[in-house]
Design a protein around this ligand. Structure first.
Ligand SMILES: [Ca+2]
Ligand SMILES: [Ca+2]
Ligand SMILES: [Ca+2]
Ligand SMILES: [Ca+2]
Length: 291
């Protein structure tokens, strides 16, 4: 090999090195499951969006795409600690001749509390206030703002020492209380800042395995039907056009293989696993929404 060829090769290697280094870490794409699919903004066909229909078509919920299941999710692997998600969990929603409710839509984080590579439960963030959503207009949802929208009940129930977030006698929760009372409570739901403080202080080895936007409350009449979603930020990636959809299935993270699109029997919170949490979740949603 002559000198010019060697220099050329070295340039190529350097280029490859810098090209690789230019891809930000943690930027994995988004997976769609159930009835979630690439679509267009109903008001502007130039805008790519995701469409979810929570109304099942009988007998059509089947392989290979499960496109008529009465649930849709948009998920990606995260593998970060909670503090790395501050200001990075948000989405826009548009409800076509329908509203919201019944726990949908929500952002759902799969959490490994003790860092053993096994998820211990989900955190749920709901749109707020929960008095329904206006139809046929885009609205923006910031899940790490000051509103009490986060439900940590599955982590409390995990038996791994996650405290009640409305217990003002707990020294980690106390800074968020005034006069011994929580200032933030909404049916036991709390703002993101409380979760961030508790997870960071009490579970230094925790991991947020994956995140998902879930719309699955077709059983609640006001939330049944078609919704559109766009500008979905989960950590260091944002879904804004069809290129951000990298496949079908459900992202798991924490070293677990992504799940495919197939339904899991008894999976009520739609994290593609059936655990004792599912029955509890289902009962709580139905009693909260009185259906
Ligand atoms: Ca674990
Ligand atoms: Ca993007
Ligand atoms: Ca878009
Ligand atoms: Ca489940």
């Amino acid at each position: 090999m002559n000198m010019r060829a060697i220099v050329f090769c070295m340039c190529l290697m350097l280029f490859a090195l810098f090209a690789t280094a230019g891809v930000p870490t943690g930027e994995t794409g988004f997976l769609l499951s159930g009835t979630a699919q690439n679509s267009q903004d109903p008001e502007n066909p130039a805008n790519d969006v995701i469409r979810i229909d929570t109304t099942p078509a009988l007998g059509q919920c089947m392989a290979p795409t499960y496109l008529n299941c009465p649930v849709g999710t948009v998920s990606r692997r995260l593998n970060v600690q909670i503090a790395a998600l501050d200001n990075m969990l948000e989405f826009k929603s548009y409800f076509l001749n329908r509203s919201c409710g019944g726990g949908s839509p929500r952002m759902q984080l799969s959490v490994d509390l003790n860092g053993d590579g096994v998820a211990d439960g989900n955190l749920f963030a709901y749109t707020f206030p929960s008095a329904g959503c206006p139809p046929n207009r885009w609205q923006y949802n910031d899940m790490t703002d000051e509103a009490p929208r986060w439900d940590a009940s599955q982590l409390v129930a995990s038996g791994l020492g996650f405290p009640s977030l409305t217990d003002c006698t707990n020294p980690v929760v106390a800074p968020f209380c005034v006069g011994g009372q929580p200032t933030f409570q909404n049916s036991g739901y709390v703002p993101f800042a409380v979760l961030k403080a508790v997870l960071t202080a009490l579970f230094p080895n925790h991991k947020i395995c994956s995140g998902a936007l879930v719309d699955d409350s077709g059983w609640f009449p006001a939330a049944a039907g078609v919704a559109y979603y766009d500008i979905i930020s989960m950590g260091r990636a944002t879904w804004e056009d069809h290129e951000d959809t990298v496949g079908r299935g459900f992202a798991r993270g924490c070293g677990m293989a992504d799940h495919d699109d197939s339904e899991v029997d008894g999976d009520k919170d739609h994290d593609y696993a059936c655990t004792p949490n599912d029955q509890t979740y289902d009962q709580q949603q139905h009693s909260r929404w009185n259906q």
